[in-house]
Design a protein around this ligand. Structure first.
Ligand code: SF4
Ligand code: SF4
Length: 330
């Protein structure tokens, strides 16, 4: 039986003492801006919202460029996660990308977050052999009618379960995590007993208002995880202090919720990733967040800090601003 866990790292770095970091802890990379589902709580699932951001498939050439540019960071990146405003497995190079990332030795862990519906026996073997550390499967619902209502697609959940069982049986060192949401299941216990036999970790999270300027239809005040550290609202958003997000066309964003790319920091086809990470745009954003001067920024409309953040750097605000300014001024 799987462990009931959201797999969040319990040994978290004290970002307040360490920021600004020389190397991102996590890079989230979108291999595909397209998806095979149309979930009601996601901008990618909404026809009108989709008109507001570019949709692309990451080319092999762009991914090579990305790997090359990651070599310029002084430290190993803790996690490369294939995720984005789209379904990663739509990109047919996904197993090759995992293999290249693992062989580069630049990342401590390589993960994929996926709805799982495009997994085949062949792809499962390729991903395991490529050295994938974790696959995080988001199941939109445990009930076919509800699935259709949420994701606008008919699925055969019995066949899906059989597919996952076969993946589990050949998974070697790849960890399988399956989660659904409070919207997708009526009974957490039933979900755990139905799916917990063929994954390593399992969890039910709450749908939250994740996206600024797009309503996910979440329950008022919902917080994604049940852990205590999430329940306290923070003042400073820590995403840009530890994360970089790449879109399929090479655009770089400071956080995962900027679906319209309003805070775009650059593009790896014209600038180096390390220069973007250490650059003026990102440093200005960090200082604005630390000084709580969010007026005019997308961050002013974002609820991330109140419902989705375990780390707390609120007490270190002044110190970090001083360190950033010292770094900028040499
Ligand atoms: S599967 Fe994921 S990316 Fe696709 S529409 Fe649903 S939430 Fe969005
Ligand atoms: S506050 Fe929201 S929009 Fe601003 S950086 Fe954080 S997650 Fe992104």
């Amino acid at each position: 039986m799987a462990e009931i866990s959201n797999m969040l790292n319990k040994n978290r770095m004290n970002l307040g003492e360490k920021a600004p970091l020389a190397t991102p802890l996590v890079i989230q990379l979108e291999t595909s801006g397209y998806c095979n589902l149309e979930c009601s709580f996601c901008p990618c699932g909404d026809k009108e919202a989709r008109k507001l951001f570019p949709q692309d498939i990451m080319s092999l050439e762009t991914f090579r460029l990305f790997i090359d540019q990651c070599k310029e960071f002084p430290d190993k990146i803790k996690v490369l996660r294939f995720i984005g405003i789209g379904e990663p497995l739509v990109n047919t190079n996904i197993a090759l990308f995992v293999k290249m990332a693992k062989e580069s030795g630049l990342f401590e862990r390589v993960e994929i977050t996926t709805n799982g519906l495009l997994i085949t026996d062949e792809l499962a073997i390729e991903l395991v052999n490529a050295g994938l550390d974790t696959i995080l499967i988001s199941l939109e619902s445990t009930n076919e009618d509800l699935f259709y209502k949420i994701a606008n697609r008919k699925v055969d959940l019995s066949a899906f379960k059989e597919q996952l069982k076969r993946f589990y049986s050949i998974r070697k060192n790849t960890k399988i995590y399956i989660k659904t949401t409070n919207m997708g299941t009526e009974s957490e216990e039933e979900f755990y007993s139905e799916y917990g036999e063929f994954c390593d970790y399992i969890y039910v999270e709450s749908v939250i208002e994740n996206w600024p300027e797009f309503s996910a239809g979440a329950i008022n005040g919902a917080v994604r995880y049940k852990n205590e550290e999430y329940q306290k609202a923070k003042k400073v958003c820590i995403q840009p202090f530890k994360v970089l997000c790449l879109s399929a066309n090479g655009d770089v964003m400071p956080c995962s919720v900027d679906w319209k790319r309003v805070l775009r920091l650059g593009n790896i086809n014209t600038e180096k990733l390390a220069d973007i990470w250490n650059g003026k745009k990102r440093n200005e954003l960090l200082c604005s967040l630390l000084e709580l001067s969010k007026e005019g920024l997308l961050c002013d409309k974002c609820k991330y800090v109140t419902q989705n953040q375990p780390d707390d750097i609120d007490d270190y605000r002044e110190e970090i601003v001083k360190r950033i300014r010292k770094q900028i001024n040499g």
